[in-house]
Design a binder for this molecule. Sequence first.
Ligand code: PLP
Length: 420
Amino acid sequence: MLGDALPSLRTAAPGPQSHAWVDRLAVRECPAITARRARRAMQIGAADTDPIVWAEAVGSNVVDVDGNVFVDLTAGFGVAAVGHRNAAVVAAAKAQCDVLVHAMGDAFPDRRRIELMEALSARTGMDRVILGTSGSDAIDAAVKTAVIATGRHRIVAFDGGYHGLAFGPLASLGYLRGTMRQPFEKLLGGHVSWSRFGGPLPVVAALHDVAAVLVEPIQGRGGMRIAPAGWLEGLHDAAKAAGALVIHDEIYSGCGRTGPFLASNLRPDLLCLGKALGGGFPLSACLGTAHAMDAWGASTGAAIHTQTFLGHPVGCAAALAALGELDRLGPAGAARGERLAARLREVRGVSSVSGRGMMLGVHVPNPLQATHDLLDRGFIVLPAGERGEVLGLTPPYVLTDAQADAFVAALADVLAWQLG
Ligand SMILES: Cc1ncc(COP(=O)(O)O)c(C=O)c1O
């Protein structure tokens, strides 16, 4: 059944319909967004690396416009954790569409937004919430809150850290700093300094004027990297001693991706969630302690932090349903991830597997080539890491054992070709 299906390709990937759509896309979309991938094709010696164009997705399967069925080991950037087109999420969103599609941000709330904030607080132990629509929104809200709460303006971030590309998070970007951040350098201020993720801890004295330390408990785009045991605890201690807040960016690692709802059981001052939170709908949250959030003071009319779509009712309804599904599917998903990791470690050419649960980095000799060759065999994966040095796997939690085993076999085949 579609959702649990193994790959089944009728054409090359991409096929003629994908090509036709990508030709149209290339005429209208800013060229910085979707790569035609000609240059990439040259790098990896492939004839063609245009993207496939998605037409349908359910469970762990994606169907493209040529009718080819793929297994998606990215969950669409980690979003479709509860499976693409999850039935409970879709039902909740449809029901909400029948009654109220849009409310009015800070001016007039609706019930779903209030229920969602209560549910998030119950799951995380945090007191207050600012909702947004993207991960970048949540990071913006967290950084602004830290500045308000401390009266300080400096941020400490980490090499390899990725927090989004809007101006606020871009300033703290540690991942591919030279390319993604460099053109805008002059607009980003000099308020961020970077430390090595998992490296020597910043000394307390160096944090005396720091508003917040911004860290992913497990780095996602940076390569599914886990810091050494005790490092995050040490970072918390140093920040606390210096009066700086700690922001956990769990936009990738949260929502059950590693088993429990959050990857870290330490309590930060501010916590950012996104991606999987909306079950496929764009929704994010910055959660905070009362101490940090109440520093904003009470609104006296025009809110000094808001958005047109803040707390969008359909997104909130979808997220409420997604939370139930994340609870139901998360722990079993993480166990499947551990099983997948164990099987991958046995494949010739895999030097190591990093990460945890359904957030894995597979170290292979040429991840870009492997990504391409796997697509040819019906598996969607993306490279991760500063130099694209790992295959990043963030599958839906509903990936079946048969799909996982077929992926392991396909990777073994791809690497056997590469290694000769
Ligand atoms: C850890 C982390 N934080 C923030 C973001 C930014 O989220 P968005 O792209 O929704 O703005 C991402 C996106 O990949 C992420 O992985």
